[in-house]
Design a protein around this ligand. Structure first.
Ligand SMILES: *Cc1c(COP(=O)(O)O)cnc(C)c1O
Length: 220
């Protein structure tokens, strides 16, 4: 199936309020161009320099989301153009992004990554850690980053009830954080969760951005 067909198919199955982020990591420029020609404007990449190289070549109206682990020494390559950073998992990282955004006179939107899956990974806040960070660190003083929501990856399992439970807990955490810290900020509104294998469940449980790679571009 063509990329255009896959995108059309996906779009027709998504509620209008859910954004489709095309995860284009490792895909060559021509395939991103194909998606662009089919109307796709949100692209997500997992390696900062790869994203910067693609952004320099492809049309300027693309919004680039960074969905990978952020290495602080590489923030400088994306600070001038990235539109949303999905995987912020420490106050320290938020402060680093703020510093680079300031140099470009920008405010960079960021999501806090929460670790909910069963897998062991060193990335993402535990829910309690995230609450602790928001309650104790001076993140409100950072003028060049804006926290606009949460991001998570479901467990990599065939047990879809397990995954559903994880997304449900994410929505509870999201609502709790919103009422506790962002009650007067409508910009805190994004819940990034759901990939090729679990996006319908993520949407049913409140996702607002699905991150889809292989269903659009085929296997990597
Ligand atoms: C690769 C990746 C995706 C897309 O995964 P697919 O299963 O190919 O849809 C989504 N989110 C993140 C963070 C990824 O690294």
């Amino acid at each position: 199936m063509s990329i255009a067909h896959n995108i059309q198919q996906l779009r027709s199955s998504l509620p209008p309020e859910v954004s489709l982020l095309a995860i284009s990591k490792y895909q060559p420029i021509e395939r991103l161009q194909e998606a662009y020609d089919a109307g796709q404007r949100l692209f997500g990449e997992n390696h900062i320099q790869e994203m910067a190289a693609k952004a320099a070549t492809l049309p300027a109206d693309i919004q680039w989301h960074f969905t990978g682990h952020v290495q602080t020494n590489k923030i400088k390559y994306m600070a001038s153009f990235v539109s949303l950073i999905h995987a912020v998992d420490s106050f320290r990282l938020l402060r680093e992004i703020d510093k680079h955004a300031a140099r470009h006179g920008r405010v960079i939107d960021c999501l806090l990554q929460i670790h909910i899956a069963q897998e062991d990974t060193k990335y993402g806040f535990a829910p309690d850690e995230c609450l602790h960070m928001l309650a104790t660190e001076p993140w409100r003083e950072l003028q060049h980053v804006r926290i606009t929501g949460l991001m998570a990856m479901g467990s990599n399992t065939d047990d879809m009830e397990q995954v559903r439970g994880e997304f449900r807990r994410m929505k509870e955490l999201f609502d709790h954080i919103r009422t506790t810290h962002f009650a007067h900020e409508p910009s805190f509104c994004q819940l990034s969760e759901g990939m090729t294998d679990d996006y319908p469940i993520a949407i049913a449980e409140g996702s607002t951005i699905v991150r889809i790679g292989s269903m659009i571009f085929g296997s990597r």
